[in-house]
Write a protein that binds this ligand. Structure first.
Ligand code: TEU
Ligand code: CA
Length: 550
């Protein structure tokens, strides 16, 4: 049976600090801004906050390129601001986890700088420097996730260095023991301050196959990236994760959630089974697109796939593993827009998604803005895109597709959709800033904002609040068994959550069609719904939670 833990009972909230709340009018969110909004999060019912990176960084990838692990990014504030934030989070009985980006550092990190400049640098082996294969070609055919080859050339020593992400995010060599021990020290430094855990950025990529062989052509063509099979589940991954836990996390009982793209359920089980002592949870991403589709594609997401995926994990992940539940983060467009961009359905879909997120078995993660039903913004100009992935992809596609089609494709999957500022009120700057926001935002905030939704009893925001409160007071919704009722029926997702005497039933219409309601007996009483009355049919995206009367 599942062992209880605080992180299994918690509702998490991801903050993208740059876009959360700007306290000093420079247009960039900051730590003091987060501090001022802690009561908002507490009232929403949040138990734990995950901060996207706040370390010193030249911001080629908005902080996922770290220059100094021991400093705070200057736009965000100082270490004093951080200590104060952490104290106030704890004072409110909440937890704080940080983003830990240890697959790579910025090329401006002193280790990398020294390695490039000095032939005998002791940091040379901290990275993956290699000679040309032949004729001045890169050492292998691997490609970067952000377009182009995964190698930069450094003429100082006639060497290439590996970067799976941007040209300024240099992959670390985890096979170097000194590097590993410096990383463990750094982690302990933050744990000594009292942080409660970490989200580990692309942690499944840290171990690369010995010799860095060429990626398979067929795999490369299929995935769009060459070389991935040589590092997404590398030979020493489990060894390094066990060491990380033993040397850094375990002494502080720190919580960990690994970001692990592409691992699938079997590998996920090996990464998270509690007795294996590696990670507490992982983020898997296979449910974020309907199979056969990719993020940079304009199509409508089919919620029947979400149903299928969730049932599979609920039934097969196993009792030694615990699942994370989410559909949004800073790397993906907004889920409501993916499901159905028709504004008429925005509110009901927002609530339907909340219902599924907060009543399945696992730990829910809410991404900032999701709780007010945020949708993709209307970017009109290429210059308004800020994300390195979007910009690089645009330039890659421009030549072949032409400007307009390239822009359209980039917009269908741009990470910038999730990075527009939090919409606090209808005032200029959306209550996010008194200055000029660092990234484009359209007029949506005038109608869709926290202030307005706080005052509206039936808003998406109040739906989240109510559901979170319910979940926290209901054992069945946290540890209770999951049982699906309408496995085969298209567009209908109905399941039970049961624990001891308590039984709850969730009934969702996954489509914009009206469908006949099933009968579950008179003893099910509606607790919360995204429609205010009950009819014989389920209306578009209708979602209701019932309690069984004993
Ligand atoms: O994301 C890794 C990741 O899997 C996605 O970025 C994805 O690979 C990419 O969008 C290409 O499809 C993490 C962070 O969440 C992301 O913000 C960083 O840019 C990335 O790592 C590098 O640190
Ligand atoms: Ca600021």
């Amino acid at each position: 049976q599942t062992a209880p833990s605080w992180w299994k009972e918690a509702v998490f909230y991801q903050i993208y600090p740059r876009s959360f709340y700007d306290s000093n009018g420079d247009g960039i969110g900051d730590l003091e801004g987060i501090r001022r909004k802690l009561d908002y999060l507490k009232e929403l019912g949040i138990d734990a906050i995950w901060l996207s990176p706040i370390y010193d960084s030249p911001n080629d990838d908005n902080g996922y390129d770290i220059r100094d692990y021991y400093k705070i990014m200057k736009e965000f504030g100082s270490l004093e601001d951080f200590d104060r934030l952490l104290l106030e989070v704890h004072n409110r009985d909440m937890k704080l986890i940080m983003d830990l980006v240890i697959n790579h550092t910025s090329d401006e990190h002193p280790w990398f700088q020294d390695a490039v400049e000095n032939e005998n640098s002791k940091y040379k082996d901290y990275y993956l420097f290699r000679k040309s294969k032949n004729d001045n070609l890169p050492p292998n055919n691997w490609t970067s996730f952000f377009s182009g080859p995964a190698w930069n050339y450094y003429k100082q020593q006639d060497l290439w260095a590996l970067h799976l992400f941007s040209k300024k995010q240099m992959d670390l060599n985890w096979d170097n023991e000194n590097l590993r021990s410096e990383i463990y020290q750094m982690i302990q430094w933050w744990l000594k301050k009292g942080v409660d855990g970490f989200r580990l950025d692309v942690i499944n990529y840290i171990s690369k196959k010995e010799g860095l062989p060429d990626g398979n052509e067929a795999v490369g063509k299929l995935m769009g990236y060459y070389g991935i099979e040589h590092y997404f589940y590398g030979p020493k991954l489990h060894t390094y994760l066990k060491e990380l836990k033993r040397e850094a996390f375990a002494p502080y009982q720190a919580f960990t959630v690994g970001e692990t793209p592409g691992v699938g359920m079997r590998m996920a089980q090996l990464l998270t089974a509690d007795y294996r002592k590696e990670l507490d949870m992982i983020f898997s991403f296979d449910h974020l697109e309907t199979p056969g589709h990719v993020r940079f594609e304009d199509y409508q997401y089919d919620l029947n796939y979400l149903k299928k995926y969730m049932i599979d994990w609920m039934e097969h992940y196993g009792s030694s593993c615990w699942m994370s539940l989410f559909y949004e983060n800073h790397d993906n467009p907004r889920m409501i827009s993916k499901v159905n961009p028709d504004p008429a359905y925005r509110e009901v879909i927002g609530k339907l998604l909340a219902m599924i997120l907060l009543t399945l078995k696992g730990t829910p993660f809410i991404f900032q803005g999701q709780e007010i039903g945020a949708v993709n913004q209307e970017f009109h100009r290429v210059e308004d895109l800020k994300d390195v992935e979007s910009i690089n992809l645009y330039h890659e596609l421009e030549g072949t597709l032409g400007k307009e089609a390239a822009f359209h494709k980039v917009l269908s999957g741009s990470r910038d959709h999730a990075r527009t500022p939090m919409q606090w009120d209808a005032s200029k700057g959306a209550g996010f800033t008194k200055g000029h926001p660092w990234i484009y935002m359209d007029e949506d905030f005038k109608e869709w904002n926290v202030k307005k939704q706080t005052e509206d009893r039936l808003s998406v925001l109040n739906f989240y609040r109510e559901l979170i409160r319910l979940r926290k007071n209901t054992k069945a919704l946290v540890y209770g068994e999951f049982e699906v009722l309408n496995r085969k029926k298209k567009n209908l997702f109905t399941y039970l959550r049961k624990s001891g005497e308590e039984t709850y039933l969730v009934e969702c219409n996954l489509s914009n069609r009206t469908i006949k309601r099933d009968k579950y007996g008179e003893d099910y009483k509606s607790v919360i719904s995204n429609y205010s009355d009950k009819t014989d049919c389920l209306r578009p995206y209708e979602a209701t939670l019932y309690r069984k009367l004993s």
